[in-house]
Design a protein around this ligand. Structure first.
Ligand code: PLP
Length: 381
């Protein structure tokens, strides 16, 4: 089955009980047992048919053994981290999602999980960070907001050599473009709030694991700690995922046009997009993914100019988050990355005048006109 077909016919696709073409929302917390211990579903934290349908679908899309749905991307990341015990050390991409940095350094540190943040696009840096108690490598690729690329295959070889679990946050690429499990990762995580949901109307997290044993361990944690996704939101995600392919293709189409416009505009400095030939990691991304996505960052002269731009655009909504039908815009230094000290931010390359956009499904001509008008205004000021 090819990708676009799998989005529609993957997982269980239809309701096995009624034949309903759209998986029904089983709004039930418990299920009648035919006799003690004789049941298909027991209690909805342990399993719910709507959630299970979503979990089978994402497992299928990522090419894994078993999927899990959680109440948010952070609940998913939290559950995966609970696979590890006190005294364990994890190596993590240095510009991971801010919430991941926060949960590791402010929550899991209190439970004895140690972390080192390194530039995982440099595999040597990963190997140097390995300690006797290291148990996993956790990578995001592409990263936010500079779209840095890590070589998934190369990292999987290091993980295998040192007997480490290899976890990839695949939120930015989605299973439509990139399947880390097929490149040697053991666990894939998604903030399904972003492209998988795709309509800015659901907060959810998904995990897919490569083998049965990890599946059993993670189900034990999901059931024990309880951060599950409810049936309504599971249904919304199944619905969103059906159009993931057409959305991603159209978003990338729009993005290419916008990137072309930005790279030629005199008021724009650097443009960060993995699809650009000169982007560091372009060739690696090309090998491990089939698309470059809809996230672009670019620099303008100063924070003041960036603020003027984001306040005057008509079609780009000033908001955190990404991956929706509507185009979103943000200033990382003042928003998503404001908690990082300025010196460290600059070290990471997150300049004051950096703007990040998540390209949506509007007509690209309108988006470009909007950007053009505002960039001209900002040049006059
Ligand atoms: C948003 C995001 C998360 C967190 O997901 P939530 O659904 O907001 O909890 C994790 N990783 C990445 C890359 C994200 O963009």
């Amino acid at each position: 089955m090819r990708k676009k077909t799998k989005l529609i016919h993957g997982g269980t696709s239809q309701d096995p009980y009624t034949g309903a073409v759209s998986t029904p929302i089983y709004q039930a917390s418990t299920f009648k047992q035919n006799g003690v211990g004789n049941f298909k579903y027991e209690y909805a934290r342990t399993g719910n048919p709507t959630r299970e349908s979503l979990e089978k679908l994402i497992a299928d899309l990522e090419g894994g053994e078993r999927g899990f749905a959680f109440g948010s991307g952070m609940a998913a990341i939290s559950a995966v981290t609970k696979l590890f015990s006190a005294g364990t050390h994890l190596i993590i991409t240095d510009d991971v999602y801010g919430g991941t940095f926060r949960i590791m350094t402010k929550v899991f540190n209190r439970f004895g999980i140690e972390t080192t943040f390194v530039d995982t696009s440099n595999v040597k840096a990963i190997e140097e960070a390995i300690r006797p108690n290291t148990k996993a490598i956790y990578v995001e690729t592409p990263t936010n907001p500079l779209l840095k690329i890590t070589d998934i295959k190369e990292v999987s070889e290091i993980a295998a050599k040192h007997d480490l679990l290899f976890i990839v946050d695949n939120t930015f690429s989605t299973p439509f473009w990139q399947n880390p499990l097929l490149l040697g990762a053991h666990i894939v995580i998604h903030s399904a709030t972003k492209y998988l949901g795709g309509h800015s109307d659901v907060v959810a997290g998904l995990v897919v694991v490569k083998d049965k044993q990890l599946g059993e361990e993670l189900h034990f944690i999901q059931n024990s700690t309880g951060g599950i996704l409810g049936p309504q939101d599971s249904w919304l995600l199944i619905r969103g995922i059906k159009t993931l392919g057409v959305r991603m293709q159209e978003i990338e189409h729009n993005t290419n046009k916008i990137v072309e416009f930005l790279t030629k505009h005199p008021a724009v400095g650097k443009v960060y997009y993995p699809g650009l030939l000169h982007h560091p990691g372009h060739h690696i991304h090309r090998m491990q993914a089939t698309g470059f996505g809809g996230m672009v960052s670019f620099t303008v002269e100063s924070e003041k100019v960036a603020l003027a731009i984001v306040s005057k655009l008509k079609y780009f909504t000033l908001a955190e988050s990404l991956g929706a039908v509507e185009s979103l815009i943000s200033i990382p230094a003042l928003m998503t990355h404001a908690s990082i000290p300025r010196d460290r931010r600059l070290e990471l390359g997150i300049e004051d005048g950096l703007i990040r956009i998540s390209v949506g499904l509007e007509d690209a001509a309108d988006l470009i006109e909007d950007l053009d008008r505002v960039l001209q205004l900002s040049a006059v000021e």
